[in-house]
Design a protein around this ligand. Structure first.
Ligand code: GLA
Length: 351
């Protein structure tokens, strides 16, 4: 929370003066790190594609490589969407981050059941994960340089270490260890990430770091850490972000910001109050201020940060529309509903 009175009006020159139509974000950050965005096949066939190619040099499938869409039945894969994203990247010389091999959401039902509908055994589940990881990674070997191997296994409850997901209940922590081993065997050249959110919370962060240390000391091939960065214009201070980047960089592994967005709502929803959905000047300024602060720190930690990826392209459509409050529109990105650069864009691109 912002407890101090801060003026959010931007004192810099007006936005048009800072606009350089010849350059995209990726060009401004050329000397720092790739700038990525999560995409769907439909976006790559529509007007978003022009914006993506202008501004970004890395893409991540927003859904197409999640387990349920790509592996809907035990012996059936659906490659079309993922293939089309990888082909777009190839045609246009973009990097691809793979997302995601093991996650407690978007799991196909067959994974955790045996043929009679009862819980599968641990051995069965691990064998299925192995096949899944091996097939998917080998298909895109050489085209995908980095993979989110395991996503969100740490609990948000301060009294609990691991998230008590059905996968955890059946396999214990072994599925985490094994997933990285399977992934490394499938593509020894890929950079393997552990990826999680609420990473700025000191208690959760300490647990993520503890997990990484545990994996590393058991010689498990985890190579890098993904900080999802689903943040808000109200809930993140410079001090918190700096502490986060400092703590993670002390691990000595590369870091990436993997799912960046900046909601215009506080994270904790006050259910008694109707949301103030107006994207007012004050909120626009606050968002610009917040993005500027984040990228100043990302640049400061450039030695550790090997990529920054936004989650969704523009405010036209983001996962935060209707989430977590139904009917609520959000404006979390650097491009507005018309795909135009927002005030926050200029704060990120001019430095
Ligand atoms: C998590 C997942 C992403 C995406 C977002 C929001 O952060 O890693 O794939 O689903 O939730 O939708």
């Amino acid at each position: 929370m912002f407890l101090v009175a801060v003026s959010f009006s931007c004192t810099t020159a007006n936005d048009n003066a800072k606009d350089d139509p010849t350059k995209g974000l990726k060009d401004h950050y050329n000397a720092f790190f790739p700038i990525g965005v999560s995409v769907s096949p439909a976006e790559l066939r529509s007007e978003e594609a022009t914006l993506i190619l202008k501004e970004f040099n890395s893409i991540t499938p927003v859904n197409a490589m999640k387990m349920k869409p790509i592996h809907p039945k035990e012996h059936e894969y659906y490659w079309k969407d993922a293939d089309s994203i990888v082909a777009f990247a190839k045609r246009n010389g973009l990097k691809v981050r793979g997302h995601v091999l093991v996650w407690h959401q978007e799991l196909p039902e067959w994974l955790l059941k045996d043929s009679t509908g009862k819980d599968a055994t641990k051995e069965q589940v691990l064998q299925r994960l192995k096949e899944h990881i091996t097939h998917v990674m080998q298909r895109y070997k050489g085209s995908i340089y980095a993979w989110d191997v395991v996503n969100e296994v740490i609990s948000d409850d301060k009294n609990e270490f691991y998230r008590p997901s059905p996968l955890y209940k059946l396999c214990g922590e072994d599925f985490i260890f094994k997933a990285f081993e399977y992934a490394h065997a499938a593509d020894p050249d890929a950079t393997l990430f552990y990826n999680d959110y609420n990473e700025t919370d000191p208690i959760k962060r300490a647990k993520i770091i503890q997990l990484i240390r545990k994996l590393r000391s058991a010689n498990i091939p985890v190579h890098a850490i993904g900080l999802q960065a689903h943040w808000s214009i109200y809930d993140l201070t410079e001090k918190e972000l700096e502490a986060t980047l400092k703590d993670f960089s002390n691990l000595g592994l590369p870091l990436q910001i993997t799912e960046l967005d900046m909601s215009i709502y506080p994270r904790i929803v006050d259910e008694k109050k109707a949301p103030d959905t107006l994207f007012s000047k004050e909120k626009q300024n606050r968002q610009a201020f917040q993005y500027k602060m984040c990228f100043e720190l990302f640049r400061k930690y450039r030695k550790h940060i090997t990529g920054v990826t936004f989650w969704n392209v523009s405010d036209k459509k983001s996962w935060l529309d209707n989430f977590p409050v139904k009917g609520r529109k959000d404006h979390p990105l650097l491009f507005n509903e018309m795909l135009k650069r927002k005030r926050a864009y200029y704060e990120v691109s001019s430095f």
